[in-house]
Design a protein. Structure first.
Length: 453
């Protein structure tokens, strides 16, 4: 057993490469390889997370569950995922990202298949909760890899490009699930993503590596000649804080992290609410077919793809790696796009599609950049912990978009659903505005305190 667990230990630094040309060549190769591996892996995490959502109408027809029961399953996944994301974040900062991410993806695939083999609400809840737990193994190692392989001056663009893996997975899974459910039954909408995730998990084991130093490369700050990265690395070399002290000082006592976390909760209510319930709304309220409704929801992910890339580029290029202004501007856009979708009358499919694209565009900007901000406003060695912490809040929001939002839709109709979405938009905007000028990690300030004394 100890031999198996040893693979999760972060590899020690290898002997430093002295040849400058080889360093440049190896860095280019490994940055690209790391990026496409993370991208592929996280897209398939999303496959196994959202397969149930888009099999939902067929499952209702087959087994007769109501919105409240299915919303409860979504809530269970969100709660288990959110808790796992937080706890695995603390582990991922001190683990080998290569195996951490791969094992999580393989096990989510296994439990997707187990869900498809079940028929009772009890076993659905058990297997979907376990799926959610191992879903939490996806984001934190990606945050670790993104902060170790890409420097702050470029990280917004790299993080944004990685983040659209959500949208690639999210755009394909509704179509794949609809086709599987239509021709083979809803169970195959669970089996097929599950098998694919297991296969991709083994690809991650082959492709990923943990940090540049584990391959004999210098830190990314030295490679990129990024002065802020180098300054923080130098300060960190004098830091003998334990993991608990890092968590307390750079996460729990960090006012920026708390504002980001609570804003993330409301952004996720909107994101998951529209992603999970819009297909059912379009079928029930606007007469769409299941395939047509899922096709419209796919535009949410297409919009998110574009919105993430624009947000990352704008934060790096226009606002000089400041994430706060872009987060606030996008939050205002969420409110406007939600109101637009709400006000489109039945029979205007083109407007529905345009509004769904805009909601995705505006939601995925802060969905991505709040994570970047949390990593950068904390500490490099607590990047997975801080993003895992705010992820816990995000999936509390996701849980609220499950059973509670299902009850609201059941009790107050779709008017209650859209009113809730508009209120969440306003609250997220109010929380993100104070972070407009938040610019750098408190790490340097904390390290400077002894010198002042």
């Amino acid at each position: 057993m100890s031999g198996i667990l040893d693979c999760f230990q972060p590899p020690p630094p290898a002997e430093c490469i002295q040849d400058g040309d080889k360093i440049a060549k190896d860095y280019r190769y490994w940055r690209i390889r790391t990026f496409y591996s993370m991208f592929l892996g996280y897209a398939f995490f999303y496959f196994s997370r959202k397969s149930f959502t888009f099999a939902m109408p067929a499952l209702i027809a087959d087994l007769g569950f109501d919105k409240g029961q299915l919303g409860m399953l979504a809530t269970i996944l969100s709660l288990s995922y959110g808790l796992s994301k937080f706890l695995s974040g603390m582990l991922a900062d001190r683990s080998n990202a290569r195996y951490f991410m791969a094992v999580g993806l393989i096990l989510t695939g296994v439990f997707n298949i187990c869900f498809g083999l079940s028929s009772s609400i009890f076993w659905f809840a058990v297997f979907w909760g376990l799926n959610g737990w191992f879903q939490g193994f996806g984001w934190p190692p990606c945050a670790r890899l993104l902060t170790h392989w890409y420097s702050k001056s470029e990280r917004g663009r790299w993080w944004a490009a990685w983040n659209v893996s959500h949208n690639v997975g999210g755009a394909i899974i509704p179509l794949l699930a609809a086709v599987c459910a239509m021709y083979f039954g809803w169970r195959y909408a669970m089996y097929v993503p599950g098998v694919l995730c297991i296969l991709v998990g083994f690809v991650l084991i082959n492709r990923l590596r943990d940090t540049p130093e584990s391959l004999g490369l210098p830190s990314v700050g030295i490679y990129r000649k990024d002065e802020q990265e180098i300054a923080e690395a130098q300060a960190d070399s004098e830091n003998n804080m334990s993991a608990k002290q890092m968590f307390v000082e750079f996460v729990l006592k960090n006012k920026f992290i708390w504002l980001l976390a609570i804003a993330y909760l409301f952004v996720y209510v909107i994101r998951i609410g529209f992603n999970d319930w819009t297909a059912l709304f379009l079928v029930e309220n606007k007469g769409y077919s299941q395939l047509g409704a899922n096709g419209c929801v796919s535009l949410f992910e297409v919009g998110g793809f574009c919105g993430s890339l624009v947000a990352g580029w704008a934060s790096d290029r226009i606002f000089s790696a400041q994430r706060g202004p872009v987060n606030a501007l996008y939050a205002g856009g969420i409110l406007l796009s939600v109101l637009l979708f709400w006000l489109v009358p039945p029979g205007y499919a083109l407007l529905d599609s345009a509004a769904m694209f805009l909601i995705g565009f505006t939601v995925f900007g802060p969905q991505m950049l709040i994570g970047v901000a949390a990593a950068e406003l904390s500490h490099k060695k607590a990047a997975a912990t801080s993003t895992g912490f705010i992820g816990w809040f995000a999936y509390a929001g996701s849980a609220l978009a499950g059973y509670p939002l299902g009850v609201i839709a059941q009790s107050f109709g779709w008017y209650g659903f859209f009113l809730t979405m508009a209120i969440c938009s306003l609250v997220s905007l109010a929380l993100l505005m104070p972070l407009w000028s938040a610019g750098h990690s408190p790490q340097r300030d904390f390290q400077a305190e002894p010198e002042v004394a």
